[in-house]
Design a protein around this ligand. Sequence first.
Ligand code: 5AD
Ligand code: SF4
Length: 497
Amino acid sequence: MQGRESKGSPSPTGTLVYTDSMSEPASKTFYLETFGCQMNAHDSEKVVGTLLQQGYRQVPTVEEAGLVLYNTCSIRDKAEQKVFNLLADYKKQFGVLGCVAQQEGEKIFERAPYVSLVCGSASYRKLPQMLVQLEAGGQRVTGLDDRLTDECFETEFTARTNPHRGYITIIEGCDKFCAYCVVPFTRGKERSRTSASVLEEARQLADLGYTEIQLLGQNVNSYRDPDGKKSFAELLAAIASVAGIRRVRFTTSHPRDFGRDIVDVIDAVPALCDHVHLPVQSGSTRVLDAMQRLYTRDQYLERVSWIQGARRDISLTSDLIVGFPGETEAEFEETLSLMDVVGYDSVFTFKYSPRPNTPALRLQDAIPDAEKARRLAVLNDRQKQIGARRNLRHVGQVLEVMIEGKNPARGQWIGRTSQIKVMNFTVPDGVELATGSYVAVRVTGSFPNSLVGEMADPRLGQSDRSGEHGGCGQKPEPQGAQRNTEEHRGRQASLAG
Ligand code: 5AD
Ligand code: SF4
């Protein structure tokens, strides 16, 4: 091991596309801040694109904005509280979008008097009309009545913030109704986009210079093509075959709908990344049943055995909840033992948080917060050990890394492997790299949450890779290893409309 660990920066959730139209009146300026998951971040990219299309200008601070928008998250209580604190802070025209909007509805107008727009994610396609109502002096404009919609929010105006990884929503909503989860109430019922429209968006991204695509959905593998043309696994293969696309990721997968065909397609198609995020939530079948997760511990482990039996070295990550009502110490220990058996590469861990409308609210035996905190700490400590062990196996390998940035203070570049691991690495003196390009990196050390390495001799990159596990990047580099970032950014800007 060498140096201190640094995990790289989290993927951006703020949307930062500022246009330059000085002729617009101040009232047509907006500030948007995003909370929560990658779905929300990508929704915000589409919302920003829609507003720009309607003649609005995005500004970087609340103070400069005529309209302040918060795209909110209500998955846990803390995230929701944060938004209400913000709404109390400024005397501005506010719009509340996303999950808190859908969950709280018109009650928000009473609680936060400066709010004039409340819009859930299932109503975003009506945003242009809602903006017109706002401009006409509307005080309580709502988009809340679309929980049962069959439509997805598809727009050609997407102001993408990550210049290298393009996000595509393939399925919205959720029909699973896990006992703890607010999402089915805030994002509406499950609905998939046609494979033709998803593929068209993938081709557009490739034309714009994107080489990595991440498919998004609450349950991405519950995807059902409305035209009946492609299964989820077939859609993955089709996207991976789009010229110029070098890496394809997808998140989140639900264990119940996780078929062997997904592992087979990862094995067969090099551009599909070696990573599956498969949230388990608990290692106890009794708790899983109470959570209404629709699978047992053994059924989950069967899926894990498919993934671990693949020819490729597929990294496995998960979400875990501690302190679900009635979770005994022995049941909590079953989660710890499941972590040991699976050997996750990394996990996201949460204390159970009671949410409005959810079935779990009716369950007895709440776990005290201090006990939840203790279990969380034990879990995180266990994962630290497991992650350290998992990462150690990479030392000595040469892995392909997509460059995300540079840390000049450390003299290191930062990127991600196909397995989505953070790699901090050095390059020979005088070598300048471009973000978004791919390099071969020899791993020289490991930490629980990241790897460190040094750029392998670029001339050795290809042949070195053939000796390791079948990572991404076996397609020829479309634009040369050190791509012209300025050119890429220029084309990117035109996407913002
Ligand atoms: N309390 C705690 N964690 C939750 N999650 C979802 N709802 C709750 C809740 N009420 C976690 C789950 C899910 C992740 C996105 O958030 O682990 O997979
Ligand atoms: Fe929530 Fe469960 Fe649906 Fe995931 S599958 S979004 S945890 S209800």
